[in-house]
Design a protein around this ligand. Sequence first.
Ligand SMILES: [Zn+2]
Length: 359
Amino acid sequence: MTPERHFPSHYRAARAAFLDACEAADVGVATRTHPSARGIDGEPLFLDVATIGPRDARSALLLISGTHGVEGYFGSGVQTGLLREGVAKRASTDGKIVLLHALNPFGFSWDRRVNEDNADVNRNFVDHALPPANAAYDSLADAIAPADMAAETVKAANTKLRAYARQHGAFALQAAISSGQWRHRKGVYYGGGHEAWSARMLKDLFRDELSHAERLTVVDFHTGLGDCGAAEMITEDLPGSEAYARAKSLWRARLRSSEAGESLSAPLKGTIDKAAGGWMAGGTLTFAALEVGTAPVREVFDALRRDNWLHAYADMAHPQAGPIKRQIRDAFYPDTREWKRAVWNHAAEVVDAALAAIA
Ligand SMILES: [Zn+2]
């Protein structure tokens, strides 16, 4: 099967294909249903976990899709493709494989990066009584996520952002916007005001299935940063650490530390990577995000900001709703054969290296 066939057209199709592939491979699935949120067509939302191999295996590989909702087309397509191409045969007597499908099913269904609370699941793992500060975001909040999209408002906002970039550098602006903020619930990269449902489910999964592994490797699939079809493996561990060395031995030249400034990503706060280390019962954790590029940063940012405005200040009845939803989907999921083949190849290589480590 050509790899582009594995990639889904929407959340429900993605889930159906994933479940079909699990069934065909005789892989068991545990489903958690969202207690209240609904999808864009009113459908219920699910987080599905397929587990391959012995429950008490000493090594485990966890593959996560849809942490950022709309980025789930990629991760889900990879998971389904891996199942169709026989990944179930690659678990060993001492190594299991866990596929977490659609960590943020709300964002996947609605073509949003965030969840039902407008929260970024990968900035949600903080102490919500005392969340981190982001003074740079505070100073630019209205310019980053304007309350109206009138041409003159956006122009003034962009002028302010450009001035910040001129003074502090383009990467400082990227960090101000994307490292996470916990004050502006109608803003972007908002880490949420409480523990998200997805975060709780992930913590439960670790407790029940993963925290007792002696060696756990995690790949979290993301899109939206980098040249279209390019890829990097982003670790939050620092060069010189054991975790970085383990990741380097698996992913070699692909590996980039965001904390060390090697990555296209700014250093982030409240991430799964940072939280998961604390959930381990004593074994080692090797964590990286496979980030694949889609479109220029400006285009991705414009899509995010317009989508944020639509959901925070308007609604789906707005005449711009259709174009905005199309724009954000395209910004995170280029629907072309070339892109799908390129990102499939990156993912297959990265997963192959991780599988070799649990064999
Ligand atoms: Zn992402």
